[in-house]
Design a binder for this molecule. Structure first.
Ligand SMILES: [Zn+2]
Length: 145
């Protein structure tokens, strides 16, 4: 029986700037930094707006819906702690709120090859074995209406 290494999975380094993002995730919401002056979403969090350079930023929940922008299928044990998950896909998702608003996560599903660029996905929140909650992206299963 292979050794359980899931407790060795890396965790993000959380600082004051990114704290609201991680707090949102812990509560099952995708919370993205947004400029109060021009409305532009900024991710990852940054001290100033990357569009207008305004310095008044807040955090706002977004839909979690988007489309796969890029993907990578991991088929060998390159990250400690994820040996049991191989093969899996890491995806970068462009959220529907704004062009080039990109968030990374794991693709949820038994077949990582289903993580095709352009596939509509939605955020789902899954607790890791140690309870730390992370966003994953699952294919949108239902056609609206
Ligand atoms: Zn701005």
């Amino acid at each position: 029986m292979p050794e359980d290494t899931t407790s060795l999975r890396p965790r993000p380094v959380i600082d004051a700037l990114s704290q609201p993002f991680w707090d949102g995730m812990a509560g099952g919401e995708l919370v993205i930094q947004r400029c109060v002056d021009c409305g532009y979403y900024v991710h990852p969090p940054y001290p100033e707006c990357t569009s207008c350079r305004g310095s008044t930023l807040t955090f706002e929940a977004v839909s979690g819906r988007g489309a796969i922008f890029e993907r990578s299928i991991i088929s060998s044990p390159v990250v400690v702690g994820f040996e049991d998950a191989i093969p899996y896909a890491c995806v970068v998702v462009e959220l529907e709120e704004q062009d080039e608003l990109l968030v990374a996560g794991r693709f949820e599903g038994p077949d990582p090859s289903a993580a095709v660029v352009g596939t509509p996905v939605e955020a789902v929140f899954r607790a890791e074995p140690d309870g730390f909650q992370l966003v994953q992206f699952a294919p949108v299963s239902k056609v609206p209406g």
